[in-house]
Design a protein around this ligand. Structure first.
Ligand SMILES: *Cc1c(COP(=O)(O)O)cnc(C)c1O
Length: 357
């Protein structure tokens, strides 16, 4: 068996020990005689899996007691609608900060449900400083995307929105480093970048934001109802929760989010340092806003893109093609990407440059 270095933006590479454990437990989880996929979500076996995954999210992120952790479905794109439906009740207005494609998408969807103000728009290569934001004190919340997966632009600071709840789409950088959850009203993230398989969406929401849903909100997407039912108002994505639990346990064993941050910084530095010294490859993102998770880069001559991707594939490095909307290349280097993968990529980039410069 040969495993590739998978630079996919998501669904993305998972820790090999987690996949091995899941394989070993596939037919019989813990002596239950069942696969996790076959268990009732209300049975004692699955409840123990669920409770452990919940506890690990809380422990790793240091989630304060006055926040609920919900395991939902619909992905971050679903949350683009679910968040406004649940939170706009207060004033019908919200502020959105646009730093790239994902936050732009969030804003567009929110406009279906209320009055949405664009508080700031970045150039796509940097995060606008908070002094440039036009915030409305009457807004029900302020929305950001903490890591723009396509543009490779990341918040390395936490905005201060005063009494207005801060909401963040953390799909592509949750669990990559410690985060101060108490500075946010709500955090949401699809699991398939850094936490597990697709199908699971994590929502971390402060208690006082529950119970204000617009009357049109579907019951399965009503945070209050999900919180009252331990995320089991409808059947939760059981297998995805199980795998996410294994991933989180693995992260904990490696030293938690502080260790993840050190690992991720070291990996990103290998790639950015090389990009900085190369005249053959470029990355346009402002240094202080560069993503530790998604590193877009361009070849000076785009006619070489196909040859670059073919050569990478031949060396077992896949999914390096940039998002179709921006072109170029993108290396997604989430928690589970080993530093050896990034070193192999840089080695290949050097050789390719020597051949084609
Ligand atoms: C991947 C991603 C999404 C889309 O998630 P879905 O699971 O497809 O709904 C949204 N926002 C960000 C920041 C992402 O990285």
């Amino acid at each position: 068996m040969t495993r590739v270095f998978n630079f996919s933006p998501g669904p993305a590479t998972l820790p090999e020990p987690v996949l091995r454990q899941a394989a070993a437990e596939m037919l019989d989880w813990n002596g239950s005689g069942m696969s996790v996929m076959e268990m009732s979500h209300r049975g004692k076996e699955f409840i123990s899996i669920y409770d452990e995954a919940q506890a690990l999210v809380r422990e790793l992120l240091g989630v304060p007691a006055n926040y609920k952790v919900l395991f939902m479905q619909g992905g971050a794109i679903g949350e683009n609608a679910i968040v406004p439906m649940n939170l706009l009740g207060k004033s019908g207005k919200a502020d959105y900060v646009v730093t790239g494609d994902w936050s732009k998408k969030s804003l567009k969807e929110a406009r279906l449900y209320g009055t949405i103000n664009t508080a700031a728009t970045g150039p796509g290569t940097s995060v606008p400083r908070q002094s440039e934001w036009k915030l409305d004190p009457q807004a029900s919340y302020v929305h950001i995307c903490s890591n723009e997966t396509i543009g490779g632009v990341e918040f390395h600071w936490t905005p201060d929105t005063g009494g207005v709840p801060l909401v963040a789409d953390m799909s592509s950088n949750i669990m990559s480093r410690p985060m101060d959850v108490s500075k946010y009203g709500l955090i949401y993230a699809g699991a398939q970048k850094n936490m597990g398989p697709s199908g699971l969406t994590i929502v971390i929401v402060r208690d006082d934001l529950l119970g204000h849903a617009l009357p049109i909100t579907p019951s399965a997407f009503n945070y209050q109802l999900q919180a009252d039912n331990d995320s089991m108002f409808n059947t939760p994505p059981t297998y995805a929760i199980y795998i996410a639990g294994l991933v989180l346990k693995h992260i904990k064993a490696l030293g938690g989010l502080t260790a993840m941050e050190a690992h991720n910084k070291a990996k990103a530095a290998v790639l950015y340092d090389f990009l900085d010294e190369s005249a053959f490859y470029t990355n346009p993102v402002a240094r202080e806003d560069r993503s530790l998770m998604n590193v877009p880069f361009w070849l000076k001559d785009p006619s070489l893109d196909d040859a670059f991707l073919k050569g990478a594939q031949a060396r077992g490095m896949i999914q390096l093609k940039g998002h179709r909307s921006v072109g170029g290349m993108r290396a997604s280097i989430y928690n589970a990407m080993p530093i050896e993968g990034v070193r192999a990529l840089v080695q290949y980039m050097k050789e390719f440059e020597a051949q084609h410069a």
